[in-house]
Design a protein around this ligand. Sequence first.
Ligand SMILES: [Zn+2]
Length: 405
Amino acid sequence: MPAARRRYQEAWLRALVKLAWERASGVRRRMEAAGLRPKDLSSLEALTRFPVIKKSALPALQKADPPFGGFCTVPLRQVRKIFVSPGPIFEPMGPEVGGWHAEVGLYAGGFRSGDIVLNTYAYHLTPAAHMIDEALILIGCTVIPTGVGNTDTQVTVARDVGATAYLGTPSFLMTILRRAEEMGVGRLPFQVAQVGAEALPESLRRTFEEHYGIMTRQGFGTADLGMVAYECREKTGMHLVDDAIIQVCDPQSGEPLPNGQIGELVATVNHHTYPMIRFGTGDLTILDDSRCPCGRTAARMLGWRGRADEVTKVRGMFIHPRQVDEAAAKVAGIRRHQVVVTRKEHQDVMTFRVELAEGAEAGAVTPALETSIRDVMKLRGQVEVVPRGSIPDGAKKIDDRRKWD
Ligand SMILES: [Zn+2]
């Protein structure tokens, strides 16, 4: 399977690069500046030669070559819709019918032909709701484009039309379900939900699944790329779609990192109207290519781990405040925690400072936390138990005290 996937991806990559070279002047300019011709980007490895396009650079690139920065391959009259994301960044919806690969994840998450879907993503300016609608139509679903807010209307429409599926943020799903109970409507007919755009705590997922009987899965995408990853029934991370080549890269150098390390999600997406080649999202994630019990062989991204500008590099590995919290959360008996990074004899030293909760024993917490640090951060760190009050309110989660001179 990995060999078949590689053949598939390299075939569309070559076609995409050729198309972009011919019709997307913005891509061509970048290739020429890097001394690249289409034949130089014909394999997954060679693709890395293309310099990362930072999302943060798009507003300026588009301003210099409006409206799309030379990244759109079709004339403006063939663009069906123009979206506006914060930045501002403009995104075109081209003439082709396609669901920005969202259909793959929706299907894996239980969406089927005949489902009636309440789509509560925003319909004004930004593309998410529109992209997903196209994917739902490909599957054969009926869409109710309710958009954001108007909770009472969402409840009555879902009941009256018999909505079987929900799309939107997990927090808004909870709001709708609670409101239905307050209004005396009782249980809404939802059976499946795909949620995104914010974190999904497992406790909230359990409430949806066990209390309300709604199979709830997550998808990950961006306005520029469409959907690139989705959860299967196993909920062990988000499988990457075959129409996106995802690299997790060093946010500074753009070099791909080994699987298991945290880095910036850099994506190349098989999209002919708007070919984003090595687009640096600024989002941090980790890839896992171990086998998933569901049988899919696509690697998984292990959730969203923050923004690239928040990372610190320690002994060649990136660490992020969320990893610090994750490592501490796995160990009972910690009241407060903070990581301090220092240098000793030209070596980085990572010290995990903790204040113990009432009744906790340093002898139990220290080894458990050392294991947790290794598991979560892939680094060795020393644990220092400090007296209560040593870590002040609002202390930096990662305090980088290294001096570089
Ligand atoms: Zn799976």
